[in-house]
Design a protein. Structure first.
Length: 110
């Protein structure tokens, strides 16, 4: 009589073997197609920074709602709002300076 093994168990075992850290060749992911340009790296960091600023905004909004419901303190709201405003100002300044640098690079006669 043949041994019957559920397909899900077999698939799970195969996935464990294929995707185990010992069997992954990191060098396979370092092809020229996957190399990042400096612009891509800067752009990715900018997107990450903007995402964290967006998260700060959600935090400030939640703190304001808690304060309006009587659950939070005005100190927390004011500090979080000041941090958020500072982050937005810094991000705006950095992005504007980056745009200006990019425009200057475009105008170079190379």
């Amino acid at each position: 009589m043949p041994i019957v093994v559920p397909v899900n168990n077999v698939v799970q075992e195969i996935n464990k073997e294929i995707y185990s850290p010992q069997n992954i060749n990191i060098n396979a992911f370092k092809s020229t197609d996957l190399e990042l340009t400096p612009f891509q790296m800067i752009f990715d960091k900018t997107v990450d920074a903007l995402q964290s600023i967006s998260n700060m905004e959600f935090r400030v909004n939640n703190l304001m709602e808690e304060y309006m419901q009587g659950k939070g303190s005005v100190d927390e709201v004011m500090i979080a709002t000041a941090e958020f405003n500072l982050a937005v100002t810094a991000a705006t300044t950095i992005i504007n300076n980056g745009i200006n640098v990019f425009k200057e690079l475009q105008n170079l006669g190379i």
